[in-house]
Design a protein around this ligand. Structure first.
Ligand SMILES: [Zn+2]
Length: 760
């Protein structure tokens, strides 16, 4: 069966076609080429020709020119568009012409840098010149570290290693820093939120060190498609960058199907499960021999789907060995074999976490199926980009879950197929992150008293650290004086320096991660089921004094849901505006949020039945952060039906929907922010909805949301209206049992009173 026949077949299967809400065809796109740049070194010329490349894609040529002219550059092109070559070419050009030059490549994770270095090393091999490229990370053997420090022309690493393993030891890396010409930051969209704030400060430290050794490298960033790549890269780098986003690589015809599993319980808004739907779709495609990649949201789901699909293969008399799982935790050798099997066609189906979304070379497959919305438009396109050979047609099927975000996408395909609206956001000046890196920077090199690390407050912070006896001031210089090694105390994945360390005792104590102190009581209280990389752990003990949680692996049929009481106090209103059209105030400012976890529920998987309750005794936590809030007029209703309790249900319904839909506008997880409704907020005495960043000091999310127009409330209204449930459900205003039976009715009425009414 070929593709045309497959499409025709699927269109005539009522149990498939009946659930398709949108079948979108994207026309094939021819390549746009450019000749090799006239400056291109003849040796590179020869290597490219030997690999069958006689021209460049237009974006590669533009990137070459920009980078070769020492301009900081951000390249934004989709998966499989020859992005790596776009930056490798100008870097190699320089290395060939100035053999002492150095380049530093940063990838967001260790796994990714190990996979990506491959392409660079192929290039080195083909050139046959004396150019050395190495990965430098926690796995690098001690005996070759020395060679890398002095002889590595291209050092490939990750931010964590730069932070703890390279910058604090810069004196061992003189050769690199004196000659550093390029800093490549691939997958820059990955650095949103807290990780982005850390990266930005890490680069401030890196720049200081380069300046000290007399080099001034050019920055090259690469990103997936987001709404604001230039703004975002400039926000991270604190420099002006050249944007290159005219993709010249070709693409075959793309078929994109949005698939919504049928509703099985209208009252509760329950739909048939994603896993079962994916199985029934694969049943239709598997016998054709067409290669499929399936993305699942967790490791657990990967394993479950692989088991189901192998059973299915046996049923269909197909060799089950043609079906494989792929995820973190598999041995590298195993992973390489699967990659090979995919390339040579011996593996027909691979089920993966987002581990296969980025980089890794597996060739191009034919069909990509997403078991649930991956959480952002850019991830979806990256996963979809795994299907489709350059010239031939491909198929992507997005199977929605009942999560509000999934349901919004399914019902509003124009959102998805239009211009990507997601903005990546980060705040380099989060005070607690900034302070941590200022310490690290002072450890690395003393500060002159007129030196600027961040405009406006550097001196103030240095004085503060001097008072705290972390620094000592002599002759206009601030020197490190504490005996601690500061980088060790700072994790790039968290906002606050105080974290709870998670110790897995399943097979002897092993640290598996850490969690922000503010979030810890909710997730790591005694008797909680903690999920980490989709593995379930039972929390035996949260030792608050030591900030350690002791856990062991379990396999149970439920999860725990903490009952947390939150209180929010406005500390300062920095911006406010009255919206004439809708009649409310929108504000932005500083708030103090206190949270205390008092109990937890045990909830059964799938049925979401409450199967038990436990008490928690932990101290209250407080953070100061940024918030945006809408203050609605207190005379919204004259109708006596709308008592405070009914308005309260409506505000909770709006808050539930809003909390899930914010990622439509800003690249973040819904767990990075929190939405709190108050019928009569103590600050304003009005019905108010607060949105705050769940990190000490804020990370720029609510700030960004404040600057956007209020179409987000319009979207909330439309989403609740469109939901097929009758009185609210998990896909819109939340489970009826939680938010009350008037949540849907009341939330719609509130938004209508605020003139958000639209025809849907
Ligand atoms: Zn609903």
């Amino acid at each position: 069966m070929n593709f045309e026949q497959l499409f025709d077949y699927l269109k005539h299967q009522p149990d498939f076609a009946g659930n398709v809400t949108s079948w979108h065809t994207i026309d094939p796109k021819p390549a746009r080429y450019a000749d090799f740049p006239s400056e291109l070194d003849p040796r590179l010329h020869t290597v490219l020709l030997s690999r069958g490349i006689s021209r460049l894609y237009s974006h590669q040529a533009v990137a070459f020119e920009s980078i070769n002219n020492h301009s900081d550059t951000v390249i934004v092109t989709p998966t499989a568009s020859g992005k790596t070559l776009s930056y490798n070419l100008p870097v190699f050009q320089r290395l060939l012409q100035m053999p002492e030059s150095r380049a530093l490549y940063l990838f967001p994770t260790k796994a990714l840098s190990q996979d990506q270095v491959h392409e660079t090393q192929e290039m080195v091999k083909a050139l046959g010149e004396d150019i050395k490229s190495f990965t430098f990370d926690g796995d690098t053997p001690v005996d070759i570290r020395r060679t890398i420090r002095t002889a590595g022309h291209i050092v490939v690493t990750n931010p964590d290693m730069l932070h703890q393993g390279i910058l604090p030891h810069h004196t061992l890396w003189i050769k690199l820093f004196e000659n550093l010409n390029f800093i490549v930051i691939d997958e820059i969209h990955y650095y949103r939120g807290v990780f982005g704030s850390h990266l930005s400060n890490l680069l401030r430290r890196l720049n200081r060190i380069c300046q000290f050794y007399g080099s001034s490298p050019t920055y090259i960033c690469a990103s997936a498609t987001i709404a604001n790549p230039k703004e975002f890269a400039e926000n991270i780098l604190k420099r002006t960058v050249n944007l290159i986003d005219e993709n010249g690589s070709p693409a075959g015809q793309k078929n994109f199907i949005l698939y919504n599993p049928p509703v099985i319980n209208r009252e509760l808004g329950l739909r048939r499960s994603v896993i079962n739907e994916v199985r029934s779709i694969v049943r239709k495609i598997l016998p054709t021999g067409i290669q499929i990649i399936i993305f699942a949201r967790s490791r657990q789901r990967v394993e479950l789907l692989v088991t189901y699909l192998k059973e299915l293969a046996v049923d269909l008399k197909i060799n089950p060995e043609q079906i494989k799982g792929y995820r973190g935790g598999y041995l590298p050798k195993e992973r390489r074999e699967i990659e090979k099997g995919l390339k040579n066609g011996s593996i027909k189906v691979v089920v993966s976490t987002n581990a296969l979304e980025l980089g890794i070379d597996i060739g191009q497959l034919d069909v990509s199926i997403m078991a649930g919305y991956p959480g952002s438009v850019s991830s979806t396109w990256q996963q979809s980009g795994r299907a489709g050979r350059r010239q031939s047609a491909s198929l992507t099927i997005l199977v929605a879950s009942s999560n509000p975000l999934d349901q919004y996408i399914i019902q509003n395909p124009e959102y998805f197929f239009g211009k990507n609206p997601e903005r990546a956001q980060t705040d380099a000046d989060n005070l607690s992150i900034l302070l941590s890196h200022l310490k690290c920077a002072a450890f690395e090199l003393p500060f002159d008293d007129n030196e600027i690390f961040t405009p406006g407050i550097t001196t103030q912070l240095l004085d503060f650290l001097t008072e705290e006896r972390v620094l000592r001031k002599t002759e206009n210089r601030f020197h490190w004086m504490a005996d601690k090694y500061p980088a060790e105390q700072v994790s790039l994945r968290n906002a606050s320096p105080e974290n709870v360390v998670i110790v897995d005792t399943t097979a002897g104590p092993k640290i598996i991660g850490e969690i922000d102190k503010f979030a810890a009581p909710e997730m790591l209280h005694d008797d909680a089921i903690y999920m980490h990389n989709s593995i379930q752990y039972f929390v035996d003990k949260l030792n608050w004094a030591e900030l350690k949680a002791y856990v062991h692996q379990v396999d149970v049929d439920h999860f725990t849901d903490a009952i947390t009481k939150t209180d929010l106090k406005v500390l300062d209103v920095s911006e406010t505006e009255f919206n004439n059209e809708h009649g409310y105030f929108k504000n932005f400012g500083d708030v103090a949020v206190t949270r205390v976890t008092t109990a937890f529920k045990k909830i059964k998987f799938h049925s979401h039945e409450n199967i038990g309750l436990g008490k928690v005794f932990l101290p209250e936590q407080e953070i100061q952060t940024n918030a945006l809030w809408w203050e609605f007029p207190d005379d919204l209703f004259t109708d006596p039906f709308y008592q405070e309790s009914v308005i309260g249900e409506g505000l909770s319904g709006i808050a539930h929907t809003l909390g899930h839909l914010i990622p439509l506008y800003i690249l973040c997880d819904s767990s990075d922010i929190s939405v709190i409704p108050m019928v009569r907020a103590p600050f304003s005495h009005k019905p108010t909805i607060y949105v705050y960043d769940k990190y000490q000091g804020g990370i720029g999310l609510s700030k960004k949301l404040y600057t956007l127009d209020d179409s987000v409330l319009q979207v909330v209204y439309r989403h609740i209206r469109q939901c097929p449930c009758s009185d609210g459900c998990p896909s819109c205003t939340g489970p009826m049992l939680e938010n009350g039976r008037f949540a849907k009715l009341s939330s719609l009425r509130i938004l209508e009173e605020l003139k958000f009414k639209v025809s849907v």
